[in-house]
Structures are given as structure tokens and as C-alpha cells.
Design a protein. Structure first.
Length: 323
């Protein structure tokens, strides 16, 4: 239902309605993106069980997504090819850091750390974003943003259920922080790139560059690239490798990255990054629904803490916008 301005509405109130509507739409898009990202682990498990190496899965994921997005991206760019010349640096950084380096650093961290610890380090990105904005604009974050940061990170710890003592490898920690930096770059570039550049073009270009960077990683012998035509398991059923790959490309990459860019533009890097924390919660829920892995009470509590942190940051963002 459209909003019909009342003659008694002030100009500020009339202008605020479309802004609020666009903001609410951005939140839903961000949640859809997180849900799609969250199921990637389930698809990837099928490929790993089929005999694929992580770098091979990541390369195929990016290259396949770039091919799928190529034609829609070219159609979206008709008559606007000059935007590539003015945004090529953003596309390059997006592909190298926001896509390629982020995933590469995460896998390198997983080699030395528990998966939960590596993922928690990567999702320090929202904290880095708050710090960058603080340093850049010389403005201390409000108590609501600080509280939301601590609440969301506490929720991540609970959802990941990091119990028991584990050896911490300092090099692994550095790789995990590298993944966090890559994720930070992803949100900043998604939010700050020229709004005239179609999100699908940014996603397609970033995927192509990311795939090429993975090929370079394998060529230099950093990680092996091993493919296989075996089969894995998905939701308890034997699954051919190509089915898992299609899901990984279309749902967890094409859809998730494109909607992620759209959400970052609509909400800004700070709010979009905090909503992306729900990816961990969605990953737990997908595992529950498809792999019969029921989350424990601590993980469910962590999900509530994440939502609470997002709400606090969201309220702070809306308050700052009105000032």
C-alpha cells in the first residue's frame, strides 16, 4: 500500500516515509542474503565428501557465479559501460579482498584453528567497521552501538558453542583477522561504490576476479586444487557432486552476493554488517532442518543475543539519521 501524503504532514515527515520503507526493504533483503549464505556449508559438505578440495570448491563457486551473472550484468550495463572505467578500482578491490582474500584467509585460518574460532575471528568485521568509522569521522560510537557490538559478538560465541580448551595458533589468528579485514572491505565497497553501477555488475566482476585470484593461489602452490566426480550426502541422501555445486553457485553465491550488495547500499555498511551476523544463526538452523542437528539451548540463546545486537545498532542508526 502506497503512502498518500496528508496535507498536514510536514515536508520532513513526507520524505521520511519512503526512506523508512526503503530501509525496511533493505533489512529483509539483508536477511535473505544471510539465509542464502548460511546454507553454503551444507552444499560445500557434499562437495568435500565427493573429494573436492576447499580451494577447488571456492574457485568453481566464484567462476560459476561469474558465468551465470555475465549476461544479466551485460544487459544491466547497456549504455552505461563508462561506469566500468570509473569504478574499476572498486570492482578490483571487491574481487580481491571482499570475495577472494576473505574466503582464502578463512580457509587458511581453518587449517590452524577450530572452525568456530576461525569464523568468530572473521565476524569481527562489524567491530572493525565501527572502529574505522570512529577513526575516520572522529566521532565516538554511541552507547547503543557499543552495546550492540558486545551483544552481537557475545551471541556469536554462544551460537558457535565454543566450549572447552583449544590451542590457539597465532598464525591462524592472523589469517582469521585477515578474513575479517576482507569482510570489512566487502561491506565498505558494497555501500560506497557508485550507486549508478548495477549491483549485479559489481557481483559478477568481483566473482570473476575472485576466481582468478584462487587460480593464482593454486598455481603458486598455496593450496591444492582437487576436483572429483564422486558423490556426497545432503539431508541424509546420496548427492551427486553437480547438484551440490549448483546449489552452492546459484543460491549461496549468485543470490546471496547480489542481495548482499543491494542490502549494503540500502542500509549502509554498519547496519548491513551487523545483520550479516545472522548468517551464523541461519547456518545453525539449516543444519537443524537439513542435517537433523538440533541446536542446543546455548545456541538458541546466542541467536537471541545476535538479534538483540542488530536491533540496538538499527535503532542507533535510525536515531542518527533523524538528527
Amino acid at each position: 500500500m502506497t503512502h498518500t501524503p496528508d496535507p498536514l504532514d510536514s515536508p520532513a515527515q513526507t520524505a521520511a516515509a519512503p526512506r523508512m520503507s526503503n530501509s525496511a526493504r533493505g533489512v529483509w533483503i539483508a536477511l535473505a542474503s544471510s539465509a542464502a549464505f548460511g546454507i553454503s556449508g551444507t552444499f560445500a559438505r557434499g562437495l568435500f565428501e565427493a573429494g573436492w578440495s576447499p580451494v577447488a570448491a571456492v574457485t568453481a563457486r566464484m567462476a560459476g557465479a561469474a558465468l551465470v551473472l555475465a549476461i544479466p550484468a551485460m544487459l544491466a550495463m547497456r549504455g552505461r559501460w563508462t561506469l566500468l572505467r570509473t569504478n574499476w578500482v572498486s570492482i578490483l578491490l571487491f574481487g580481491l579482498f571482499g570475495v577472494g582474500a576473505c574466503q582464502l584467509c578463512y580457509f587458511l585460518a581453518v587449517q590452524r584453528l577450530d572452525v568456530g574460532v576461525a569464523l568468530l575471528l572473521e565476524y569481527l568485521a562489524p567491530v572493525l567497521i565501527v572502529l574505522v568509522l570512529w577513526v575516520r569521522h572522529k566521532k565516538r560510537p554511541s552507547m547503543a552501538t557499543i552495546a550492540g557490538t558486545l551483544l552481537a559478538l557475545g551471541g556469536l560465541v554462544a551460537v558457535l558453542d565454543l566450549t572447552g580448551a583449544s590451542d590457539i595458533d597465532p598464525i591462524g589468528v592472523l589469517w582469521g583477522l585477515g578474513a575479517a579485514i576482507g569482510l570489512t572491505v566487502y561491506f565498505f565497497i558494497s555501500a560506497r561504490v557508485d550507486g549508478a553501477l548495477p549491483p549485479i555488475m559489481l557481483s559478477a566482476g568481483g566473482m570473476a576476479i575472485g576466481a582468478l585470484s584462487m587460480v593464482a593461489v593454486a598455481a603458486f602452490g598455496i593450496l591444492p586444487m582437487e576436483f572429483s566426480t564422486g558423490s556426497g550426502s545432503f539431508a541424509g541422501y546420496e548427492t551427486p557432486w553437480w547438484l551440490a555445486l549448483i546449489g552452492l553457485i546459484l543460491i549461496s553465491t549468485v543470490f546471496s552476493y547480489t542481495t548482499g550488495v543491494m542490502a549494503a547500499r540500502a542500509l549502509g555498511s554498519k547496519v548491513a554488517s551487523f545483520i550479516s551476523l545472522t548468517e551464523v544463526l541461519f547456518a545453525v538452523l539449516w543444519a537443524w532442518l537439513l542435517l537433523s542437528e538440533l541446536p542446543g539451548p546455548v545456541q538458541l540463546l546466542g541467536g537471541l543475543l545476535i538479534v538483540g545486537g542488530v536491533v540496538l545498532v538499527r535503532i542507533d542508526e535510525l536515531r542518527s539519521t533523524r538528527l
